[in-house]
Design a binder for this molecule. Structure first.
Ligand SMILES: *Cc1c(COP(=O)(O)O)cnc(C)c1O
Length: 475
């Protein structure tokens, strides 16, 4: 390339960064004024947003207008009106790390292609293993989401139970155990891994949503009697609805007795490992075989940032490594991360987490986690001191489940969404259905949580006609 062409190329990129800044600044201003994007019913999507792809391109002006319009109409997950899922907020430092990952555009499979970024990933994994009290025989990797780190755990459990499986396929009826309250990726992964959905055993939970260990052991015994081969127990740190923590420490004895792999799915609340005050919720974690958590949930990095660590790294190697001479040409396997990965080309999900961790330290991560529990306490306190509410969830959970004035939860949630007031979801446990407020956005203040209730209450008060049947039934 000539000097002139090079210059042009750099100018184009600089120009692009300017455009990016302009759109982002406008979005931030608009979010400040309107924390909810305008509601667009899915049936009107293509008429209300210009999404069509056409043979001819657009003028720069028209293209920018289309882009901005799309950005402005997209749900705003970073504001104090988003409580719908298990993520939220927009941590600036983590965003900076992720933007740089896009600009650098490395692929994490080899040291040759990713250089120091390999180290970025490795120091995170090492530090997490240290926190768990694991030595150098442990290791881990990143995968595109908690569903897939869970998948990796099931594949390792399968291969550890029968070392011939990677070559000969599944030849026995293997069973896996998980609580009724666990994530839906478990049955999906059973289908993917050849274990089969029918071999997933759903263990009942106790009143506070934790796996019932007596029931677990009875189910294992019954399966053995019927000729099945139990291979793993999947435990959950932060169940999807109630945010409950399975009794990790107590399961090891059962695992040892029957030779089972123990995985702790901490996608939602596994980040309590960073908190002195709340790490007791995963007491015994050092005894599991694998542990996964999503930094894009409690830690608040952009999606996705999912980590799995394995106590004995040989399991990672034997289940996921494949030789590829065109790829692994230099450096030791320790630095060629592709050897223990689910993927080949892999985006750099580590840099955003590293940037945040480097900047605030482990103490800073602890503050992020503790603040979410403080916000949850504020919400529970508000509900408990107000007769119009009924509380369904428990202390030491950042999922606050409640009903208001006996109005069906799904009605309130749907109407709040359709009227662009708040994004919040509903869930159920046993026979109750309720609103689930998640205090996972550490950028929210206590006032933001109180404002959530105020917004919901005044919406109900000024729209009594929408809720009429429920409200009159109650009085
Ligand atoms: C969110 C979640 C998952 C799935 O993680 P993704 O990154 O969304 O795939 C798995 N398990 C639990 C408990 C979760 O909360």
């Amino acid at each position: 390339m000539g000097v002139k062409q090079l210059k042009k190329k750099f100018l184009r990129m600089k120009n692009t960064i300017d455009k990016f800044q302009k759109i982002v600044k406008e979005l931030l201003d608009d979010e400040g004024a309107k924390p909810m994007a305008q509601f667009i019913a899915s049936e009107n999507l293509y008429s209300e947003v210009d999404l069509a792809l056409t043979k001819n391109g657009l003028s720069e002006e028209k293209f920018e207008a289309a882009l901005k319009d799309l950005v402005f109409k997209t749900p705003r997950t970073a504001t104090n009106a988003f409580f719908n899922q298990l993520f939220g907020g927009r941590n600036e430092t983590a965003v900076l790390g992720d933007l740089l990952a896009v600009i650098l555009n490395n692929s994490m499979y080899t040291y040759k292609a990713a250089g120091p970024q390999v180290g970025v990933e490795k120091v995170i994994l090492r530090e997490v293993c240290n926190i768990l009290g694991w030595d150098k025989s442990s290791d881990g990797t990143f995968a595109p989401g908690g569903s897939l780190t869970n998948f990796m755990s099931m594949v390792m459990a399968r291969d550890a139970a029968d070392k011939s499986t990677p070559h000969s396929g599944v030849t026995q009826k293997m069973t896996v155990y998980t609580s009724m309250e666990s994530h839906y990726s478990i049955p999906k992964n059973a289908a993917f891994s050849g274990v089969g959905r029918d071999q997933v055993r759903y263990v009942p939970s106790d009143v506070v949503g934790r796996m019932d260990l007596n029931a677990l052991e009875a189910m294992i015994e019954e399966d053995i009697e019927n000729g099945y081969k139990p291979i793993m127990v999947n435990l959950t740190a932060g169940t999807t609805v109630l945010g409950a923590f399975d009794p990790v420490g107590e399961v090891r004895a059962i695992g040892d007795k029957y030779g089972l792999w123990l995985h702790l799915d901490g996608a939602y609340c596994g980040s309590v490992i960073f908190s002195q005050k709340y790490k007791h919720l995963v007491d015994g974690i050092s005894h599991v075989d694998s542990f996964s958590f999503n930094a894009h949930k409690m830690i608040g990095t952009p999606l996705s940032c999912s980590i799995i660590v394995v106590k004995d790294k040989r399991n990672l190697n034997s289940s996921f490594s494949n030789d590829a001479s065109y790829l692994y040409q230099t450096d030791h396997d320790e630095f060629n991360l592709g050897k223990t990965s689910l993927q080949c080309g892999r985006r750099n999900d580590a840099l955003k987490f590293w940037a945040l961790w480097k900047s605030v330290g482990t103490d800073g991560l602890e503050k992020i986690v503790d603040h979410q529990f403080d916000l949850a306490d504020v919400a529970r306190e508000y509900i408990r001191s107000n007769d119009s509410y009924e509380l369904y969830s428990y202390d030491e959970s950042i999922s606050i489940c409640f009903n208001y004035k006996g109005i069906p939860a799904r009605d309130i949630c749907t109407l709040l969404y359709e009227h662009s007031e708040l994004l919040v979801g509903y869930g159920s446990y046993e026979n109750d259905e309720f609103i689930r407020l998640v205090t996972i956005n550490a950028q929210n203040s206590k006032q933001d949580i109180l404002d959530f209730f105020k917004t919901m209450e005044s919406f109900v008060a000024s729209n009594t006609h929408l809720f009429a049947p429920a409200l009159t039934e109650k009085s």
